[in-house]
Design a protein around this ligand. Structure first.
Ligand code: F6P
Length: 364
């Protein structure tokens, strides 16, 4: 079949992530330099697709953005065109305005779209593909919790930021004989906590996949005290929960397709440990520092590979797919098979076993 792609569109949706700009740059450069295509970006994710907010992406537009965090196209994690919110008589009603998005793609002369985002953004990507739009998705999340791909860009940077935070907490914890609790992101998966905890020499790591008993964590810290270590470092994933408790929700964003925002477990764990152990405890919530700023070298390379491969898939006519990393190679999966497929930490897996072998407590 003749490939008629002359112009591609790119949009970024969902929470931002270090490496998004590197993907935009790589896709744009590949499209222009290798295939002589035109490239257009939609601003502000699907909202920009609805409003027809386009920006020309040429070599100048993507110059200098490789090390830049965020996304030059901006993002939105609220705007689903298949259920777009409108205010009517003081009430929010939802309508399917996906045809407006499709018309804007056609009006801009765009033949195919690269949609970069997480589960929500790619669900819409799949739905646009079902309606005949030529789509290739690029997965994005610092949480690294997508089953279809071995690694997502942004994760390595988030782990590095959390590891540096742990190094810094170590010195102040030691000076003041304190328990320092670091709460990290990751939503319902414990990957950031697990990897940063190992890299940062944590004494305990609490993750959603292994519900904890706080007494077991306290006992670990007491043992360290008897051995002459009057300070301890605990990493807590925002989605961690005790054996008898629930995840701590920091806020509910009603108009978001994924309304739950986790957060607050770090303070709870710090307060409980202070009482149980009798050492002062402090909690640090690392928050969006894990998502902002420049991507690591690894993430720049991975993002570049994702961006290049997205264009290659479009040029090969492999529409309705998502780029993946499988082992050492870039590959792809149908968007139909990847949505809602999450990758959790295996409580009996090699990484957790390695951590346990070196004495890290998981509270189980
Ligand atoms: O999925 C990425 C992520 O950073 C999660 O780790 C975190 O729970 C969530 O997004 C935070 O979302 P928001 O930026 O809306 O606060």
């Amino acid at each position: 079949m003749e490939n008629k792609i002359k112009k591609i569109g790119i949009l970024t949706g969902g929470g931002d992530c270090p490496g998004l700009n590197a993907v935009i740059r790589a896709a744009t450069r590949t499209a222009i330099l290798k295939y002589g295509l035109e490239v257009v970006g939609f601003k502000n994710g699907y909202r920009g697709l609805y409003l027809g907010q386009t920006v020309k992406l040429d070599l100048d537009a993507v110059s200098g953005i490789l090390p830049r965090g965020g996304t030059i196209l901006y993002s939105s994690n609220k705007d689903n065109l298949f259920q777009y919110p409108f205010e009517e008589n003081g009430e929010i009603v939802y309508r399917d305005v996906s045809d407006v998005g499709i018309k804007n793609i056609q009006d801009a002369g765009i033949d195919a779209m690269i949609i970069i985002g997480g589960d929500g953004t790619l669900t819409s990507g799949r739905d646009f593909a079902r309606k005949g739009v030529k789509v290739v998705g690029v997965p994005k999340t610092i949480d690294n919790d997508l089953a279809a791909t071995d690694a997502t860009f942004g994760f390595d940077t988030a782990v590095s930021v959390a590891t540096e935070a742990l190094d810094r907490l170590h010195t102040t914890a030691e000076s003041h004989h304190r328990i320092m609790v670091l709460e990290v992101m990751g939503r319902y998966a414990g990957w950031i906590a697990l990897e940063a905890g190992i890299a940062g020499g944590a004494d305990a790591i609490l993750i959603p996949e292994i519900p904890y008993d706080i007494e077991k964590v306290a006992e670990k810290i007491r043992e360290r005290r008897y051995a002459g270590k009057d300070f301890s470092i605990v990493v807590v994933a925002e989605g961690a929960k005790s054996k008898t408790g629930e995840m701590v929700v920091s806020k509910v964003i009603e108009d978001s397709p994924d309304p739950i925002r986790l957060g607050g477990i770090g303070n709870k764990v710090a307060q409980e440990l202070e009482k149980l152990v009798g050492l002062e405890a402090r909690a640090t919530i690392l928050g969006h520092l894990q998502r902002g700023g420049t991507p690591s070298a690894y993430d720049r390379i991975l993002s570049t590979r994702y961006g290049v491969e997205a264009v290659e898939l479009l040029m090969q006519g492999k529409y309705g797919t998502m780029v993946t990393l499988k082992g050492l190679n870039m590959s792809y999966e149908s968007l139909e098979n990847v949505i809602g497929q999450n990758k959790s930490v295996d409580p009996d897996g090699e990484l957790v076993r390695a951590a346990k072998s070196i004495g890290i407590c998981f509270g189980d």
